[in-house]
Design a protein around this ligand. Sequence first.
Ligand SMILES: CC(C)(COP(=O)(O)OP(=O)(O)OC[C@H]1O[C@@H](n2cnc3c(N)ncnc32)[C@H](O)[C@@H]1OP(=O)(O)O)[C@@H](O)C(=O)NCCC(=O)NCCS
Length: 181
Amino acid sequence: MNDSKEIQRLRHLLAENKPEQSVPLSLYLDRHGRRIRLCRLGQRDLEGLVAMYMTFNRDQSAMGLPPKREEAVRAWLTQLFLADVQLVAKHGPNVVAHAAWIKDHNTRAEVMVFVHQDFQGDGLGKKMLMAVVTMARFMGLDTLWAEVENRNGPMIHINHELGFETVSLHQGSREMSLKPR
Ligand SMILES: CC(C)(COP(=O)(O)OP(=O)(O)OC[C@H]1O[C@@H](n2cnc3c(N)ncnc32)[C@H](O)[C@@H]1OP(=O)(O)O)[C@@H](O)C(=O)NCCC(=O)NCCS
């Protein structure tokens, strides 16, 4: 497939409204040889995503997310799913990571990445964020930003590696931002 066809295919995948099935975007083997699929989230994997968050290590919540109670997790995920494109990583039928993106202005979006503790430290968080940056380019966004707790060394490290800069410091956290173009 030549570049322009691939770009058209990606635009189409990202523009399609709320797919029923998750749409595979890429596949790789992690350091343990596990086959991980990065997908655009479809309706059918919302339950798998709820299941991921119900076993998510509470000590690793970020800025109060994910919510604790199942009801609140469902409400949060439904709101995100209806609002915009979401990415998930799947291992077999299980959802093991989630990248949420929330547009707060026509050309700005807040981004959050959550990797289940059984899959952390293997490069998945960075891959998910790289996919979000690529999507942001396709969609013509001019700013991606994230509010990151100062104690979150891995997230700050990944953000720096992808070119995010700290734009403001708050009590215990910082806003980091990137111009994806
Ligand atoms: C933050 C998070 C998404 C990272 O996902 P991950 O898959 O473990 O991350 P990766 O394996 O891709 O990368 C981690 C990087 O941080 C580095 N790192 C690990 N601990 C670190 C620390 N204490 N300080 C700085 N860097 C650290 C790793 O060496 C690695 O970098 P490298 O690839 O250059 O060696 C994951 O830990 C997570 O879901 N945390 C809980 C939720 C959260 O905090 N989300 C962020 C909300 S904005």
